[in-house]
Write a protein of this length. Structure first.
Length: 326
């Protein structure tokens, strides 16, 4: 039964919803009215930190407000992810969402958030990985690596930790190659590389930026990079496609996201500011020689890419029973 009270309540609710919608539109139009924080999931000095600090300068100029960096290291980027997922969706807390952070959404059983809790804003590209082997361990070519990988004992491969890009890419590579291996997890990539240099392990997938610093090391051989094209810092190193493994195309990818519910105007403005920074010749002069490969993605294209990456890593994690329970 429709009563006068029912009508009044419905009218009040409709008016309130309209007022809230208009208030949101006004706030979006005025954004940004105060400093914006980019939350980084790692300690200062990492690639996500370095890239974001550079881009924050251009973004500050474009947006007319300071864009500051806050390092929330811990939990393989999940401390920062959790903080931004739970933040007010007003555009003042942005997450630097990297490949490692995306992996956590399918690797951890008790994570309090998922990819659906964010609105992807813009992806900027990233660093391919490099397949490095230990000459000291008796491997100097892809044929020698395959011989060891297909032997009864398989190959010993290092990484900077369970569920890292090096671990997952090494696992995918060995399956694709029809080989097998024993994974040795270290605290970080530098420790894993030191083990490789000493001949304690035989293979690692590390960032091409890291690998370029090792190309003259007599104890190591860089066999390939996991990108469609060769990198600027190692033009003589073939791609994984060139050595017969086109499916191995992992990259350490960098993007920016906001809490679900953020106004479209915020996404548009912040994306434009970041894209301008990436296209700045100064950015390219600094990061391209380090093997950074620009690949701008926004909107539906970025959302589809992130979902595809998530599905790819979910498959390798599930098939190989790789889990973190904390």
């Amino acid at each position: 039964m429709i009563t006068r009270r029912t009508v009044l309540l419905g009218t009040t609710a409709a008016i309130s919803a309209g007022l809230l919608s208009r208030a949101s539109d006004v706030l979006a139009a005025e954004w940004p009215a105060r400093p914006i924080t980019i939350n980084i999931g790692n300690a200062p000095g990492g690639d996500d930190d370095t890239l974001s600090r550079f881009l924050a300068q251009t973004a500050s100029e474009e947006l007319g407000q300071p864009v500051v960096i806050e390092n929330r290291a811990g939990g393989s980027t999940t401390v920062a992810g959790n903080a931004v997922a739970g933040a007010k969706p007003d555009g003042y807390n942005i997450l630097c969402l990297i490949t490692a952070g995306l992996v956590q959404t399918v690797l951890r059983d008790n994570l309090q958030y998922g990819l659906d809790d964010f609105v992807p804003i813009v992806g900027i590209g990233g660093y391919p990985l490099a397949l490095i082997v230990s000459a000291k361990g008796g491997i100097t070519s892809i044929d020698e690596l395959m011989a060891v990988a297909k032997s009864p004992d398989g190959v010993t491969f290092a990484s900077g930790g369970v569920g890292t890009m090096g671990h997952l890419t090494g696992t995918m590579f060995l399956k694709e190659a029809g080989g097998k291996g024993v994974h040795v997890s270290y605290k970080n990539n530098p420790e894993g590389i030191q083990a490789l240099q000493g001949g304690f392990t035989q293979m690692i997938f590390a960032s091409a930026r890291e690998a370029a610093l090792l190309k003259d090391d007599p104890n190591l051989r860089i066999l390939a990079v996991t990108s469609p094209a060769r990198t600027a810092n190692m033009p003589n190193v073939p791609t994984t496609a060139e050595i017969g493994y086109p499916q191995i195309n992992s990259r350490v990818w960098y993007s920016y996201a906001a809490p679900k519910g953020v106004p479209d105007e915020v996404v548009t403005k912040f994306s434009a500011a970041i894209v301008k920074g990436v296209n700045d010749p100064k950015f390219q002069e600094r990061f391209t020689p380090l093997s950074f490969q620009t690949d701008i993605k926004t909107g539906d294209e970025l959302a589809a890419f992130l979902k595809g990456e998530q599905d790819k890593f979910r498959k390798v994690i599930t098939e190989n029973n790789i889990r973190l329970n904390n």
